[in-house]
Design a protein around this ligand. Structure first.
Ligand code: CMP
Length: 140
């Protein structure tokens, strides 16, 4: 087992419906510690940069429009195997395929408005954490 850090976003569909605390409770109950957190309004430029890997996908415009539609909460999560653990707690990208008890099964609206983002690898977690947080903001 390895202590890891991963990056999380509570997306606009969740902040809009006042589900920030409910999502955080799932993460903490799942064994992850929140060691950095801030509520921010993404700019179009910042959202496009974050999702640049998806820029050729047909849903890219819709994804960016959604991510800037309301505030988001960006977080750093720490715990044993945090990258995989967070993905288990979130459930599948498409809520129709997510397991019972996961964040996306309980809260997501559809594959686009799916309540949370989580890093898909340790390498991307580091990149994504550094995209939003400086060292002084991460207090493990
Ligand atoms: P996320 O983990 O934030 O990474 C990319 C996002 O693109 C993904 O979650 C989904 O919310 C979104 N996405 C993936 N596939 C589709 C799709 N077919 N239509 C709309 N959005 C999608």
């Amino acid at each position: 087992m390895a202590l890891q850090r991963t990056f999380s976003i509570i997306k606009p569909d969740a902040t809009r419906r006042n589900l920030t605390g409910a999502v955080i409770k799932k993460l903490e109950d799942g064994g992850l510690r929140i060691i950095a957190s801030k509520r921010i309004q993404l700019t179009r430029e910042k959202a496009e940069g974050f999702y640049a890997v998806h820029s050729e996908r047909p849903f890219f415009g819709e994804l960016v429009d959604f991510m800037i539609s309301e505030p988001v909460v960006v977080q750093v999560l720490e715990g044993e195997n945090a990258v995989a653990r967070n993905r288990e707690i979130m459930g599948a990208t498409n809520p129709e395929e997510a397991d019972a008890g996961t964040i996306r099964k309980e809260f997501a609206i559809d594959i686009g408005e799916n309540s949370v983002h989580g890093s898909d690898s340790l390498e991307n977690a580091k990149i994504e954490i550094e995209y939003f947080f400086n060292d002084a903001e991460v207090v493990g």
